[in-house]
Design a protein around this ligand. Structure first.
Ligand SMILES: C[S@@+](CC[C@H](N)C(=O)[O-])C[C@H]1O[C@@H](n2cnc3c(N)ncnc32)[C@H](O)[C@@H]1O
Length: 308
């Protein structure tokens, strides 16, 4: 009997994945086949002749995806803006919507760099470090720090930076710590964060998220999921210099609550919600008032930028 062709195997796999409720079965079947063949992608009409052990290896990968293991965790890689990112166990898989959050920080850092300033950018709750490493790559000349409570995330951030060939100072720390990075109080140009923000009673529907992303990366704490995001705001108030930029991702339903949280501090101007690419309200952007920073208010020195 003639063995099934690559095309037949991929079509069969797509059907199996579709029946299991996988959202993009054809794409995933082709991606798994490419991974099993060791090529970046399958080009239609130019599919290589599969080796004899391909059907068995492919079937194993398809079975993992059928049981809703995320594609990125199976192939061990994902992409974010211009980065190729290794997907590590116990570390959140970065999402496309966060690319726009990173962009706000990048645009600000590039703007400052053009003005002769060496921007100091802090990524809180950094996970695999995609925001921090994107800033370091796309706004060269920035000094970038990244913090996460999970040591696996800090190790992943270092790996992402190494792979991209940039420097990011990645540290283990809890954003609820009132003295986290206190040596930088009133000195940061940008504080950016994609913290956990899911409320405790809103378990994600997708098994890929619910069963494979770490709980620490998903649930924000408190009854509304905003305990960690609130701590991020408190840290940003302390860390940002006057005129510094704050950017934070949140869930669509949290836009008004997050804006109110920032306005309540009394130290942010231009508090605005921004949409993601699908038009949903997914991030807040605000500027630390140009008035006194904490260090000035407390009699500390004015913060000078070091032109470079
Ligand atoms: C939604 S993930 C985002 C990761 C990354 N910023 C991204 O966009 O892909 C949230 C991250 O916050 C970290 N985290 C949760 N609670 C934290 C806390 N109290 N202090 C610091 N990091 C925390 C988690 O370990 C996780 O890596």
């Amino acid at each position: 009997m003639t063995p099934p062709s690559l095309r037949q195997l991929v079509t069969g796999a797509a059907r199996v994945l579709g029946e299991a409720g996988v959202p993009s079965p054809e794409h995933d079947a082709r991606a798994l086949a490419a991974f099993a063949l060791g090529v970046p992608r399958l080009l239609p009409g130019l599919e290589p002749e599969p080796p004899a052990d391909f059907p068995a290896r492919f079937a194993e990968l398809v079975e993992r995806r059928r049981s809703r293991e995320p594609l990125q965790r199976i192939v061990g890689l994902t992409s974010f803006r211009f980065l190729e990112v290794e997907v590590a166990d116990e570390v959140f898989v970065p999402r496309p919507e966060t690319e726009l959050v990173a962009e706000q920080a990048i645009v600000e850092a590039v703007r400052l760099r053009a003005a002769g300033v060496s921007p100091l950018v802090v990524d809180l709750c950094c996970g695999s470090g995609v925001i921090a490493v994107s800033v370091a790559s796309e706004a060269p000349g920035s000094r970038v720090l990244a913090v996460d409570a999970a040591p696996q995330a800090v190790a992943a951030t270092r790996a992402t930076a190494r792979r991209a060939g940039v420097e990011v100072d990645a540290r283990t720390g809890d954003v609820r710590d009132p003295v986290l990075l206190s040596e930088l109080d009133g000195r940061c140009d940008v504080v950016v964060a994609n913290p956990p923000y899911i409320p405790p009673d809103a378990e994600p529907h997708d098994p890929e998220v619910r069963d494979h992303d770490p709980d620490l990366a998903l649930y924000g704490g408190g009854t509304d999921g905003l305990e960690v995001p609130r701590a991020v705001v408190v840290a940003a108030v302390r860390l940002l210099r006057a005129g510094g930029l704050f950017v934070m991702e949140h869930a669509e339903v949290q836009a008004a609550a997050v804006r109110a949280e920032l306005e309540r501090t009394g130290v942010f101007d231009d508090v605005a919600t921004h949409p993601d690419l699908t038009g949903r309200d997914r991030m807040v952007v605000a500027r630390r008032t140009a008035g006194a920073t904490r260090s000035r208010a407390e009699g500390g020195p004015d913060v000078e930028h070091s032109p470079s």
